[in-house]
Design a protein around this ligand. Structure first.
Ligand SMILES: Cc1cc2nc3c(=O)[nH]c(=O)nc-3n(C[C@H](O)[C@H](O)[C@H](O)COP(=O)(O)O)c2cc1C
Length: 180
């Protein structure tokens, strides 16, 4: 049977390191994992971490290689699901507005498979009307926007905005791909 393939988008959140745990979980489930990082995400975690855990090339730059098929189209075509975890307020805004100015956002726009977003941010960013409206827009379009957890935030505050527990993200992804 063909392995399931998750395209994992990692963005510039302090929770980016948790995406390494997601890669391990999907690999344990015998899924193929390809990671696409934003440039901001590389400030938080090295591509080498994801390359080693996923045993796959990590994609970051849009204008990187000389393949005949643009990378964002090829990546979108290969996946069974696009999971963006953690997803910044910025990437949520870009997806809500169809902006495609980097590899991850362009890939998302070219995706015809289910898209799942796991937001992670400071509570004030999360409850900002702009973020709230962007999440509503994505949900209305059929994109699955997962909830967040309450607790200590990395910025020193306590509140809502932590990345959903990894097991719950993996379970929901499996459910969505299984129902496809
Ligand atoms: C230390 C630090 C932590 C950050 N954590 C978050 C976060 O958890 N969520 C978020 O939306 N933005 C966070 N930001 C802001 C983003 O990194 C910033 O908006 C960046 O432009 C996002 O780029 P990207 O969306 O292309 O990955 C953080 C910034 C810094 C300096």
């Amino acid at each position: 049977m063909k392995k399931k393939h998750v395209l994992l988008g990692v963005t510039g959140s302090i929770a980016a390191y948790k995406a390494a745990g997601l890669v391990r979980s999907f690999k344990k489930e015998e899924w193929d994992v390809t990671v696409v990082m934003t440039v901001a995400a590389t400030k938080f975690v090295s591509a080498l971490t994801f390359q080693t855990l996923s045993q796959n090339k990590v994609y970051i730059e849009m204008f990187d290689d000389g393949e005949w098929c643009p990378e964002h189209i090829a990546l979108a075509d290969r996946a069974d699901v696009l999971l963006v975890a953690p997803c910044t307020a910025n990437v949520i805004a870009k997806l809500a507005h169809g902006i495609a100015d980097d590899l991850l956002s362009a890939t998302a726009l070219a995706c015809e498979v289910p898209i799942i977003i796991a937001p992670a941010m400071n509570e004030k960013m999360l409850r900002n009307s702009a973020t709230k409206e962007n999440i509503e827009t994505l949900t209305r379009r059929g994109i699955e926007v997962l909830g967040t957890e309450k607790g200590d935030l990395a910025c020193g505050y306590e509140g809502d905005g932590r990345l959903m527990f990894l097991d719950s993200i993996v379970d929901r992804t499996k459910e969505i791909v299984g129902n496809k």
